[in-house]
Design a binder for this molecule. Structure first.
Ligand code: ADP
Ligand code: MG
Length: 254
């Protein structure tokens, strides 16, 4: 098994508050992992650590085969420079609850921004690939639309195309449908379902238990900065063993 993410006892505190209290988890290449859990349980913090938007305080984290944030020399660890961390961060792309598109750029311009500015790709080639990606998320006809001209569901699909344009090894989704009107959730989940079946490695924080049941290879339930339960969707969602998992699922379904 090739692990794209290997987290060993990772910890993260904000002041005296421990948001992550020792998270150990491997995510295999091509795996779709869904993380569920109550608000404040550390789900976003965990994704932010994987994407190195946050630095861990303890434990060790490997992403795409590299120790995140450090270089190991013998038994010594050396912190990587900003530039080296920026390079490591390219292995992952994150899709947020709020789409954060550039408002003054069209859908196409939003998608090519990273490839052209960060990856220094040829603009014409980047545009061609961006059109293909926008078609893939069902927005081939909206390449020239500005974010205000798009619904929330369409904006989130542009954000997914933008994340894919960076050709990451790992896609991270942090409650990608939570900010959407209910009637727009389905179109975004459909795109994510399509991605999942394409073989890209995904970690998805979501309250959409139906989606998790259908698409996830594995479901993890987090509470209080810890992984409380993990297993197949069937195990965790239909036959949860832990009382906290049972209560959470009952509350979400209710
Ligand atoms: P979740 O995504 O599961 O709702 P988070 O990872 O966002 O949870 O947050 C976990 C805990 O860490 C929460 O109690 C939150 O208030 C706290 N927290 C998150 N980010 C910060 C921060 N930047 N500063 C202080 N506390 C934070
Ligand atoms: Mg969160």
């Amino acid at each position: 098994m090739t692990a794209i993410v290997r987290a060993v006892e990772i910890r993260k505190s904000y002041g005296d508050f421990q948001a992550l209290q020792g998270i150990s988890l491997d995510v295999a290449q091509g795996e779709v992992l869904c993380i569920i859990g109550p608000s404040g349980s550390g789900k976003s913090t965990f994704l932010r650590c994987i994407n190195q938007l946050e630095q861990i305080d303890g434990g060790a984290l490997w992403v795409n085969g590299e120790l995140a944030g450090y270089r190991q020399a013998g038994d010594k660890l050396h912190e990587l420079s900003e530039r080296q961390i920026a390079r490591q961060r390219l292995a992952t792309s994150m899709v947020f609850q709020r789409f954060n598109l550039f408002p003054h750029k069209t859908a196409l311009e939003n998608v090519i921004e990273g490839p052209v500015q960060v990856l220094r790709r040829n603009r014409a080639q980047a545009e061609k690939e961006a059109r293909t990606l926008l078609e893939r998320v069902g927005l081939g006809h909206k390449c020239d639309a500005f974010p205000v001209e798009l619904s929330g569901g369409q904006q989130q699909r542009v954000a997914i195309a933008r994340a894919l344009a960076m050709q990451p090894q790992l896609m991270l989704f942090d409650e990608p449908t939570s900010a959407l009107d209910p009637e727009l959730v389905g179109e975004v989940l459909a795109v994510m379902r399509d991605l999942a079946s394409s073989g890209i490695t995904m970690i998805v924080v979501t309250h959409e238990l139906g989606f998790a049941r259908e698409v996830a290879d594995r479901v993890v339930f987090m509470d209080g900065g810890r992984i409380v339960e993990s297993g197949t969707p069937e195990q965790v969602l239909s036959r949860p063993q832990n009382k906290r998992t049972q209560d959470f699922i009952a509350a979400v379904i209710a």
